[in-house]
Design a protein around this ligand. Structure first.
Ligand code: GDP
Length: 455
């Protein structure tokens, strides 16, 4: 396999940059561009050692830096790997990369280092995916799940289940194919037990997937309410800095503004919309239509009301609309610093999640956080054991789960073992695709296409 190189740090000005080289000629390439001051020669460097020295282009100095050497198979990719750290300037980093390319390396493709690690048996496909999840993690829960998967927990669980199913398939095949051989019949209880275990493992992972999506991608949230109730002020409170225009003239937030806010471990993708109300103003009407569309699409609605005035028809229309949609919602009774004109009990008919705050009061942010954590944190959530499967993995889990269920139903209906075998076979195939043990090249290529270059 060729020797490849790439810049592994973001291409922006920073303290240091790392150029990574992997492959048979990694050490000889590094030796061409790096002159160590702290050891005799690059070629003689052992694995897991580093040297301070000079990066040079022929007799011209390019930069000072540090070279770290990893010897195959004890490296990230399983090949010889050299990492050159230089000063984190864009020009100098690109120059070091170019030197490597001129000295025997080819440019690495997106995710190529991790792909090589997988091909060299260092990582399973699910572990490779978890590398990306680790990089993308925005909070503790997402990071904990990525770490579990990277450490092999998902692979281990699925591998064990698949092992059981494959063993069972072997016994079933022998029994079905060689009836005259007097082989022991496959016990139906053992069969049901194996299927049951596989169903419970896949079922739990499927159930946790949705929460994982919320935690990884953020909760698609709309802040809804009439003009002037304090939506923009609330959005700014949640974001922690001034983002949208706040004025006292009704109807000023005419476009849909989107931002992400983190409340505890939960990330909310917030849209502050134009107030939803009947209007004759053409521009405002477009804003209202956009707001209604966002309301239909979103996953969570924060309904804002001004407690200093009595709810009117527009307020009630919003409450009714959200209630009818069945979406998760939080009612924010805003402007609690003013004299209240509303009865909180009135809102209880529409949602059990109500907070009474002043969006102008920074301290009230914690009330919103407590309320949304109650709505979204899964019951009995345990960050030490919960794995969030990604979309690809979830697809494989769904297929496996459906076939396992069908196999149990077939057993219940007294179908032949032949038929049951086919379904278990499909289920095992999907699980082998999940772990990558039986994934097609196209699937693997798709996974790595989402990586960044240098990873
Ligand atoms: P929006 O049209 O719903 O986005 O409302 P804004 O956020 O623009 O707020 C409308 C007006 O209400 C502004 O003058 C805000 O300063 C004011 N406002 C917002 N929240 C509060 C609050 O908690 N208390 C008081 N007294 N005024 C508020």
């Amino acid at each position: 396999m060729s020797t490849v190189c790439a810049i592994s740090t973001p291409l922006a000005e920073g303290g240091i940059s790392v150029i990574r080289i992997s492959g048979e000629n990694a050490v000889s390439c590094a030796a061409e561009v790096f002159k160590p001051f702290t050891c005799e020669s690059v070629e003689k460097m052992q694995g897991y050692t580093c040297a301070y020295g000079q990066i040079h282009d022929g007799d011209k100095t390019v930069d000072d830096g540090v070279l770290t050497v990893f010897r195959a198979p004890h490296s990230y990719t399983g090949e010889d790997v050299c990492e050159i750290s230089c000063h984190g300037g864009i020009y100098v980093t690109k120059k070091v990369l170019r030197l490597c390319l001129e000295n025997g390396c080819e440019p690495a493709q997106a995710g190529e280092f991790t792909k090589r690690a997988m091909l060299n048996g260092k990582l399973s496909l699910t572990q490779a995916e978890a590398v990306m999840d680790t990089i993308a993690a925005q909070g503790e829960y997402a990071l904990a799940s990525a770490n579990l998967t990277r450490q092999g927990s998902l692979f281990g669980q699925i591998h064990e289940v698949t092992g059981d199913l494959v063993k069972l398939l072997g016994e079933l095949a022998a029994w079905v194919d060689y009836p005259e051989e007097d082989l022991p019949a496959v016990e139906e209880t053992a069969l049901r037990e194996s299927i049951g275990k596989a169903l419970s493992v896949t079922g739990k992972l499927i159930a946790d997937h949705d929460n994982g999506m919320l935690i990884k991608q953020g909760i698609d949230t709309v802040i809804a309410g009439k003009p002037n109730v304090g939506k923009s002020t609330l959005m700014n409170l949640l974001l922690g800095y001034d983002r949208s225009i706040v004025t006292e003239i009704a109807g000023t937030t005419r476009d849909v503004i989107e931002e992400s806010a983190k409340l505890g471990e939960l990330v909310f993708r917030l849209s502050d919309t134009a107030g939803i109300r009947d209007t004759e103003d053409k521009v405002e009407k477009i804003g209202v239509e956009m707001a209604e569309k966002r309301l239909d699409e979103c996953m969570f609605v924060i309904e804002v009301f001004d407690t200093s005035v009595k709810p009117d028809d527009d307020d009630i229309a919003l409450l009714e609309k959200v209630k009818a949609s069945g979406k998760r919602s939080l009612i924010v009774l805003n402007k609690s610093d003013l004299e209240s004109a509303v009865d909180e009990g009135f809102f209880r008919d529409y949602s059990e999640n109500i907070v009474c705050i002043s969006a102008k009061n920074l301290d009230d942010r914690s009330q919103i956080q407590a309320a949304v954590e109650k709505i979204f944190t899964p019951e009995n959530y345990d960050a030490n054991s919960t794995i969030f499967a990604n979309e690809r993995q979830k697809c494989c889990l769904d297929k496996a789960h459906a076939n396992l269920k069908a196999a149990l139903e077939a057993l219940d209906m007294g179908e032949t073992l032949d038929a049951v075998t086919v379904m278990i076979d499909f289920a095992a195939d999907s699980l082998l695709e999940l772990t990558g043990e039986k994934a097609t090249e196209a699937v693997v290529a798709e996974v790595f296409s989402k990586f960044c270059v240098g990873k």
